[in-house]
Design a binder for this molecule. Structure first.
Ligand SMILES: Cc1cc2nc3c(=O)[nH]c(=O)nc-3n(C[C@H](O)[C@H](O)[C@H](O)COP(=O)(O)OP(=O)(O)OC[C@H]3O[C@@H](n4cnc5c(N)ncnc54)[C@H](O)[C@@H]3O)c2cc1C
Ligand code: FES
Length: 290
C-alpha cells in the first residue's frame, strides 16, 4: 500500500489536445501530459474522468495506447483509444480540445522486457490498445518510461485482432506502421477470418508455429478460450485483465481477480496494483462461453 499516497498525489487536471473518432464508437484521446508521457510504460494504464461536472463521479481505466514525442524525441503527450460503452466513455466522447480531464497514473505493473523470438498479441474488442506501444517497444522502435534501454528485442510481432464487425477495427494502420503484422477476425465475416480471433492462433499452433510468447487482452470469454489454447500447446502466455475499477491505486478492492499462487492456492489480487498483467496459467478462469 505504500504506493497509494504518491499515486493519489499525482491526480491532476490535464488538457485535451485531440479527441478524434478512429472507428465506429471509438475515439483516440490525446492528453497534454509530459510528466505521464515520460514515465508511463506499455501495459500500464491511467484513470480518467471529465474535469467538469460529477457524472460520472468515478474515473475509468484506460491503457496507454502510445506516447507522443516532439521533433527531438522528447515525450510530450499520451494517447488512449476508447470505445463508448456507457456513461463514462460517452461523457469523454463529448469533450473537445481545450477541455480538461482529471487523470492519474501511470498505474499497474506493465510489461517486462521482450521475449527472445516472435510474439503474438491476441486482442478482442477494444483489447488491442495495450499492444501498439508494447509492440513498438519490444521490436526496438521506441523507448518508454524511465527504465533501462532494451538489450534485446523480439524478432517479430503479430496482432491477431477480433472485432464484431469491420467498422469497429481501430488503428490497424498504426500497428502496421510500427512493424506489427495484423490479421483480423470478425464475428460477421465483414473482414478477415469469419469467426473467433482464437481460431487464428489455433491455426498457427496447429501448423507447428511456436511463438516465444502470446499476450492476450479482451473480454473474459475470449481470454478463457485463449488460456485453454495456449495450455494445450504449452505456449507461454500473459493476459492483460480489464476488470472494473473504482480507484485504480489499490484502495477499494473493486477490481480483484482470483489468481493462483506459487503454492497452488488461489487468492484474490488487485488487478490495478498486482496487475493488470498476469501469466495466463495463474488466472482462475470462468467457464469458456464459446
Ligand atoms: C486496465 C484497464 C485498461 C483498459 N483499457 C481500455 C482501453 O484502452 N480502451 C477502452 O475502451 N477501454 C478500456 N478499458 C475498459 C474501460 O475502462 C471500460 O470500458 C469503461 O470503464 C466503461 O466505462 P463506462 O462508464 O463507459 O461504462 P459503464 O457505464 O461503467 O458500464 C456500461 C456497461 O459495461 C459494463 N462494463 C464496464 N466496464 C467493464 C469492464 N471493464 N469489463 C466488463 N464489463 C464492463 C458494465 O457492467 C455495464 O454493463 C480498460 C479497463 C481496464 C481495467
Ligand atoms: S480499483 Fe481500487 S483496488 Fe483496484
Amino acid at each position: 500500500m505504500d504506493a497509494v499516497a504518491p499515486l493519489c498525489a499525482s491526480r491532476r487536471t490535464v488538457a485535451i489536445l485531440e479527441n478524434e473518432p478512429v472507428a465506429r464508437d471509438t475515439f483516440r484521446l490525446r492528453l497534454d501530459d509530459p510528466a505521464m508521457a515520460r514515465s508511463i510504460r506499455p501495459g500500464q494504464f491511467l484513470m480518467i474522468r471529465p474535469a467538469n461536472g460529477s457524472d460520472p463521479l468515478l474515473a475509468r481505466p484506460f491503457a496507454l495506447y502510445d506516447v507522443i514525442r516532439d521533433a527531438s524525441g522528447i515525450p510530450i503527450a499520451i494517447e488512449v483509444v476508447y470505445i463508448v460503452i456507457g456513461r463514462g466513455t460517452a461523457a469523454l466522447s463529448r469533450l473537445r480540445p481545450g477541455d480538461g480531464v482529471i487523470a492519474w497514473g501511470p498505474l499497474g505493473n506493465g510489461f517486462g522486457p521482450p521475449p527472445d523470438g516472435p510474439v503474438v498479441f491476441v486482442a478482442g474488442g477494444i483489447g488491442q490498445t495495450p499492444f501498439l506501444a508494447l509492440g513498438r517497444w519490444w521490436l526496438g522502435g521506441g523507448a518508454y518510461g524511465e527504465g533501462q534501454p532494451l538489450t534485446s528485442r523480439s524478432s517479430s510481432a503479430t496482432l491477431l485482432y477480433g472485432v464484431r464487425s469491420k467498422g469497429l477495427a481501430a488503428g490497424v494502420g498504426d500497428f502496421e506502421a510500427a512493424g506489427i503484422a495484423v490479421e483480423l477476425a470478425t464475428d460477421d465475416g465483414s473482414a478477415g477470418h469469419h469467426g473467433y480471433v482464437t481460431d487464428l492462433l489455433a491455426r498457427r499452433l496447429e501448423r507447428g508455429e511456436r511463438p516465444a510468447l502470446v499476450v492476450g487482452c479482451g473480454p473474459p470469454a475470449m481470454l478463457a478460450a485463449l488460456s485453454d489454447l495456449v495450455e494445450k500447446f504449452d505456449v507461454p502466455c500473459l493476459l492483460s485483465l480489464e476488470n472494473h475499477m473504482a480507484c485504480g491505486f489499490g484502495a477499494c478492492f473493486s477490481c480483484v481477480a482470483s489468481i493462483r499462487q506459487p503454492d497452488g492456492s488461489v487468492d484474490l489480487r488487485r488487478v490495478c496494483v498486482e496487475g493488470p498483467i498476469f501469466p495466463s496459467r495463474d488466472v482462475v478462469r470462468p467457464p469458456t462461453g464459446h
